[in-house]
Write a protein that binds this ligand. Structure first.
Ligand code: GLY
Length: 568
């Protein structure tokens, strides 16, 4: 089998498929608890967040604690140098809100900033240079979450992360494997070498202690001064000095002006459940709801989990949604997005009518549709629920595993390379093969389009499923399949997380599958005209399901060996 490089948020795999098991860990049943549940991609973050719940804190307190702990223990994707989205559901208030802390383009960014003299996209510039970084939103977003919905102080939420950075933690195998995989890219930057390699240039091995004094000092400044400890003063000086070393664009003004936003999430219904997911500048929620609307017209439970018929229908629905994504989605602070049309049942019916139940429609024959009306106007995920009826679904990222691979010298954290999520040139795919257009062109202070899909499903006003995933363009379809696996196929949450996944994103015109789809299913799909490609595992979806009896079931994704679900 061929070698595969998956650049999806927080997933960096360069391996031969035959050597790569789909699951890094070994989990088969969900974790059960009655008072609180935390599911993250790192056991140390899970443990710290669970302590907060046990001490009486709510899900938002635990979420912010987990996010800062992940920034220390899983620096390839946990971050303070990137951005993300958080959904907060409160059963008692009867509301679900979305916090948008996505990075923004610096004020000096221009539409053609990544084009070379021949008018071609310079991918090194948009992915692995100081110019690749958007203005980070994580610290401001987490502080806003605590201020609006939390009960503990920023300093309290930061304390475990500061201790983990200051005193160090024992390196698990996944940590040292990640650095080995990216050694060449990280090794290009002196500041990154200082953090990720030992002083003699050798690798941190499993069992070694990993201490991050600069990062501890940066986090302490935030604990002492609040968001100003990041966006102004010494940390801001260090970021701007790093920019000046490599021709980066982020200025003191960009940092000082950064503001997160509280937004309304996208809302849809599916077979009697209410689905809330992330609104623009993420495309995630829009397309999760759009694909669910199309699939609602088919009895997927009868056609069965991962049968050829089910996969065919999912792929056809996915293709049509990703075609629309390429044309319509962008930052709604800058462009009109026909959200109502894209997520309407009527438009889904129209798209469904174009699906042949027995034959694949070639992607070249699918163009972005015509939803109406316009309304005026890699990443890591964790899910947390508490005993007060709150749920948090949070996905945040620095884009690639290790982002731009550039550590801010003296501040100890990696900068994102999120600018690559803009459409650098219409029709030219980004790192995930996603095509974008005018709606996602680069503009100063604009947020680049995302696929992150933190999602909360409710039934009769009660939280039911809390889920989300890394995985770049695969985030939307990974999230979708966990919902289908529970609602249509009646799997428990761990089985729903474990089940092999499929993905179609319109272009390239192929169904990407994980290991575990049977050869006869593949043959049937090929007989319908599909191209089927088995590639590396997709996503790392950290999920919670709440049973009618009020029991919390945690399903951590075994595709990531450090994933951990714990409750009490
Ligand atoms: N950086 C990947 C995404 O936000 O979709």
């Amino acid at each position: 089998m061929s070698r595969v490089v998956t650049l999806g948020c927080c997933v960096a795999v360069t391996t031969s498929l035959s050597a790569q098991p789909i699951m890094e860990g070994d989990r088969s049943v969900p974790v059960e608890a009655r008072n609180g549940m935390v599911v993250t991609s790192h056991y140390l973050a899970t443990e710290e967040a669970l302590k907060v719940l046990k001490a009486g804190g709510n899900a938002v307190d635990a979420a912010v604690t987990a996010a800062f702990a992940l920034a220390v223990t899983q620096p390839r994707s946990g971050n303070i140098g990137g951005g993300g989205f958080m959904l907060v559901s409160s059963e008692t208030k009867g509301e679900v809100k979305a916090i948008d802390y996505r990075e923004k383009a610096p004020a000096a960014a221009t539409r053609d900033m990544y084009l070379n003299d021949q008018g071609e996209v310079d991918q090194k510039l948009s992915r692995f240079s100081h110019k690749a970084a958007g203005v980070p939103g994580t610290v401001a977003g987490l502080a806003l979450a605590l201020e609006k919905y939390g009960t503990i102080s920023l300093a309290e939420a930061l304390a475990p992360a500061i201790k983990l950075a200051e005193e160090g933690f024992v390196v698990p195998p996944r940590f040292s494997e990640g650095i080995r995989d990216r050694a060449v890219l990280l090794g290009q930057f002196e500041s990154s070498r200082k953090v990720f390699f030992k002083p003699d240039g050798t690798f941190y091995e499993p069992g070694d202690l990993f201490v991050q004094k600069d990062l501890a000092a940066t986090l302490r400044r935030v604990a002492e001064q609040g968001v100003k400890g990041f966006y102004e003063g010494k940390t801001a000086d260090l970021i701007v000095a790093e920019m000046q070393k490599g021709g980066g664009l982020i200025t003191h003004e960009d940092l000082k002006n950064y503001q997160p936003e509280i937004r309304e999430p996208v809302h849809g219904t599916y077979r009697g459940y209410d689905v809330y997911s992330m609104s623009p500048p993420s495309s995630g929620g829009t397309h999760v709801v759009q694909i669910l609307n199309i699939l609602e017209g088919y009895p997927l439970g009868e056609s069965g989990l991962n049968s050829a018929k089910t996969i065919h229908l999912m792929a056809e629905a996915m293709k049509r949604a990703y075609a629309d994504r390429s044309k319509y989605l962008g930052d709604t602070d800058f462009v009109d997005v026909p959200l109502k049309g894209l997520t309407s049942k009527a438009y889904a019916e129209e798209l469904r009518a174009s699906i042949d139940p027995a034959r694949a429609t070639p992607s070249v024959e699918i163009r972005p549709g015509n939803p109406s009306p316009y309304e005026s106007n890699e990443t890591t995920h964790f899910s947390i629920v508490d005993k007060y009826g709150n749920a948090v679904s949070n996905t945040y990222t620095i884009n690639f595993s290790y982002g731009s691979h550039i550590v801010v010298d003296g501040a100890g954290f990696l900068l994102n390379n999120e600018m690559d999520d803009f459409s650098a040139k219409p029709g030219v795919p980004n790192a995930y093969g996603l095509i974008g257009g005018e709606a996602n062109k680069i503009e100063p202070n604009k947020r680049m389009l995302s696929s992150m899909s933190p999602t909360i499903v409710m039934k009769d006003g009660k939280n039911f499923i809390v889920t989300g995933s890394p995985g770049g363009s695969r985030i939307i379809t990974t999230t979708l399949q966990v919902l289908l696996n529970v609602i249509d196929h009646h799997l428990n949450i761990q089985a729903a997380v474990n089940a092999p996944r499929v993905h179609h994103q319109w272009l390239p015109d192929e169904i990407r599958i994980e290991q575990g789809i049977s050869p006869d299913t593949i043959a049937l799909l090929e007989g319908m005209g599909h191209t089927v490609e088995q590639k590396a595992a997709m996503g790392a979806i950290q999920s919670i399901m709440i049973g009618e009896e009020g029991v919390f079931y945690g399903g951590a994704d075994p595709r990531r060996s450090t994933s951990s679900a714990q409750g009490y």
